[in-house]
Design a protein around this ligand. Structure first.
Ligand code: FE
Length: 346
């Protein structure tokens, strides 16, 4: 109640300052999950701030922001993947902000490095793991205990993976560059190319399906694509999920690679205070649950209790994830793309 009253007083203050239009915010979102609807309407109910949403994919949002320039009506940007968030940050499409709430809730490794003034350009709001899916008839879990194992000779002609230049792979390979150093990472990438069952094509779900169909023995996928198949209403999808095993790699070293979906205030927002308020709301425990569950991800905020049956079944409850700054992963993408070109990873 106190929180509501505070927000109400804050809105009155905004109105009396002649900012009546500040009672709506425009969100450009790359997330299109039905559960997000409840999130938005709860925010409006609690604060009186109306939400207008523009849905597009990540590339579409970034192109639109660029085209709109300083006339852009965007207040909040929601994107998936660390490398895209980093790209938008260096293209100055975000307004770095200070928020005690977000700085307390979101771990430092899951947000942008603060600028000289201590302001942060974007915050991770949910996390997803990049996992290895394998054919249970051909291989054992211990065959792929690490990402490094994917370059082993035993997987010759067995690996299915989407394009190396896709942000999800740029981020994984950017993380490998942090862990192994660039030389060893390039050798490893060459090993992946040598092990490919086919030239990269399709999305992560296509790789999982190709494993289930016997076309490949191992594949790389984000965790939520497998969770989606496990929870699908379509028996054919569930059959695919049942045929494959999943590994959260590098449990005995640095941990499984984590990526994020994140949020930021738009560079030219005319409603900065309300945009920050919305991001802070998304970091609250109940919103984190909705936000993460909507796409079978994990909350990014600290100490949020969370229950997703598919993710629990996949991990057995918990797993070790890497702790490197996700901002460094995004930063490595140019270097990674050059390595991919050199080793012929399409
Ligand atoms: Fe995805």
């Amino acid at each position: 109640m106190t929180a509501l009253r505070t927000l109400f007083v804050a809105s009155l203050t905004a109105c009396s300052a002649g900012l009546a239009a500040a009672q709506e915010i425009n969100i450009y979102s790359a997330r299109h999950y039905p559960t997000d609807e409840a999130l938005y309407s709860d925010f409006t109910k609690a604060t009186g701030i109306k939400i207008n949403r523009v849905d597009a994919d990540d590339a579409g949002i970034l192109a639109r922001l660029k085209a709109e320039g300083s006339a852009s009506p965007a207040d909040v940007i929601l994107l998936v993947d660390a490398s895209r968030l980093w790209r938008a940050q260096v293209n100055e499409q975000f307004l770095p902000i200070r928020s005690a709430v977000l700085e307390k809730a979101i771990p430092e490794n899951l947000r942008a490095q603060p600028d000289a003034s201590g302001a942060t350009a974007w915050f991770g709001l949910s996390t997803r793991a990049r996992v290895v899916v394998y054919d249970k008839l051909k291989f054992k879990k211990s065959d792929v205990a690490s990402y490094e194992n994917l370059a082993d000779a035993k997987f010759k002609g067995q690996l299915c993976v989407r394009s190396g230049s896709h942000p999800y792979n740029l981020s994984l390979f950017g993380a490998m560059t942090e862990h192994l150093g660039p030389q060893k990472t390039e050798v490893w990438l060459k090993g992946l190319v040598d092990n490919m069952a086919r030239s990269p094509k399709g999305g992560d779900t296509d790789q999982i399906k190709a494993v289930a169909a016997g076309e490949c023995g191992v594949a790389i996928s984000n965790s939520y694509y497998l969770a989606r198949l496990m929870r699908s209403g379509n028996p054919a999808d569930r059959a695919v999920a049942e045929k494959v095993g999943v590994v959260f790699p590098n449990q005995s070293s640095w941990g499984t690679h984590l990526n994020i979906a994140g949020g930021a205030v738009a560079k030219h927002s005319k409603n900065v205070d309300n945009a920050i308020k919305f991001l802070e709301y998304l970091a609250s425990p109940s919103a984190q649950n909705h936000f993460a569950n909507g796409n079978n991800e994990w909350p990014a905020a600290k100490g949020v209790s969370f229950d997703n049956p598919a993710l629990k079944a996949m991990t057995g409850g918990s797993f070790k994830s890497e702790l490197i700054p996700i901002s460094a992963v995004g930063m490595n993408q140019i270097k990674v793309q050059q390595m991919l070109d050199r080793v012929g990873f399409k």
